[in-house]
Each structure stands twice: as structure tokens, then as C-alpha cells.
Design a protein around this ligand. Structure first.
Ligand SMILES: *[C@@H]1O[C@H](CO)[C@@H](O)[C@H](O)[C@H]1NC(C)=O
Length: 179
């Protein structure tokens, strides 16, 4: 029977390997194809959508829009805030736009259509770095103080969710081994 916990441990190792090197994903901006437009309300805004998504280095953003009416501009933070369309970093006009997220950190996008950015057609995507993955070597279960203490104040909600999932998985393992 001693080999049984070993089997559990090795499947857990594979589980975390899989999590760590999970495939790059395509994110359709707004979750549906006609989303690149002036939002009808605050809750409809693309940043609302972005906050609920988890973007990793290597993932791509995909926009579908009518190329005769709109475009996507990648801009600096300053130009994002002021809706300045005069000197974008990149301009995408093909209506079927794919942007690969090559680095961690924030990306700023605004609409190239006149007046649309001012009405809220803009998007910030924060890409999380691979450094945020929990290391594979950890085996001690976290103490309750570590879990609940202020020391684990999350830096982003995506990170927090991931950490929570990790702790749940570790807790399940410990519970299993004690059975
Ligand atoms: C927009 O950006 C350009 C280039 O950075 C700058 O010359 C121009 O003054 C800016 N316009 C506004 C309205 O801030």
C-alpha cells in the first residue's frame, strides 16, 4: 500500500507540470465577435471582461470587427488615458486581428474610430509573468496563519485565484495522505 501515496504524488507533479506549461490560448476580446464597439454601459466595458480573464505570456488577443468602420490601436499608457490616436505603437485595420502577448505587464488598446475611445472603447490587458507560478518543489502544507494572514495579499485577482486553487489542491493531497 505504500506505493499508493507515491502514485498520488506523482500524478500531482504531472498536474502542476501541466498547469505550468499549459498551452497558449487565444482570447476573443469581449468574449464574442461584435464586442469591439462603444460599450452601452459601464458593465458592458471591455475592461470588465478583461478583469475576469487570465492572460499569460504567449497567449494571443483576437479582435473581430468591421474593418471599414473601426480599427485597433496599441498605444502607450499616456495615449490610452488621453485617447490620443495620433502616434500608435501598432495599428491593426484588418478586422480579424490577432496580437500575440509576448511579455508580461500591461498592454493598452484604443479604437482608431473617431470619438470611440472617448466613449469608452478601450482595453487594458495585464499579462501575468510565468514567475507567478508556484514552484514545483513545495511540499509542506501551508499553515492556517499563512493562508489567512495579510502576507498573502494578492497582486492580481487572477494570481489570487490560481493561488487559491493551488492551496485547495495541496489541502486535498494532505487530507488524502492522512486518511
Ligand atoms: C498626441 O500625441 C502626439 C505625439 O505624441 C503629440 O504630439 C500630440 O500633442 C498629442 N495630442 C494631444 C491632444 O495630446
Amino acid at each position: 500500500m505504500a506505493s499508493f501515496p507515491m502514485a498520488v504524488c506523482s500524478s500531482l507533479v504531472f498536474f502542476f507540470l501541466f498547469l505550468g506549461f499549459s498551452e497558449a490560448r487565444d482570447h476573443l476580446v469581449g468574449g464574442k465577435s461584435d464586442s469591439w464597439k462603444v460599450p452601452s454601459s459601464e458593465s458592458d466595458s471591455l475592461n470588465h471582461w478583461a478583469e475576469k480573464s487570465r492572460f499569460q505570456v504567449g497567449d494571443s488577443l483576437v479582435w473581430k470587427f468591421d474593418a471599414s468602420k473601426d480599427s485597433v490601436l496599441q498605444v502607450t499608457k499616456r495615449d490610452y488615458v488621453t485617447c490620443n490616436t495620433s502616434s500608435p505603437i501598432e495599428t491593426y485595420t484588418d478586422g480579424n486581428t490577432k496580437v500575440k502577448l509576448e511579455r508580461s505587464g500591461p498592454y493598452y488598446f484604443i479604437s482608431g474610430a473617431e470619438g470611440h475611445c472617448e466613449k469608452g472603447q478601450k482595453l487594458i490587458v495585464v499579462v501575468i509573468s510565468e514567475k507567478h507560478r508556484p514552484s514545483m518543489g513545495v511540499s509542506p502544507a501551508p499553515s492556517p496563519a499563512e493562508v489567512e494572514g495579510p502576507a498573502v495579499a494578492p497582486t492580481s485577482s487572477a494570481h489570487a485565484n490560481f493561488k487559491e486553487g493551488f492551496l485547495v489542491a495541496m489541502g486535498a493531497l494532505v487530507g488524502f495522505l492522512l486518511m
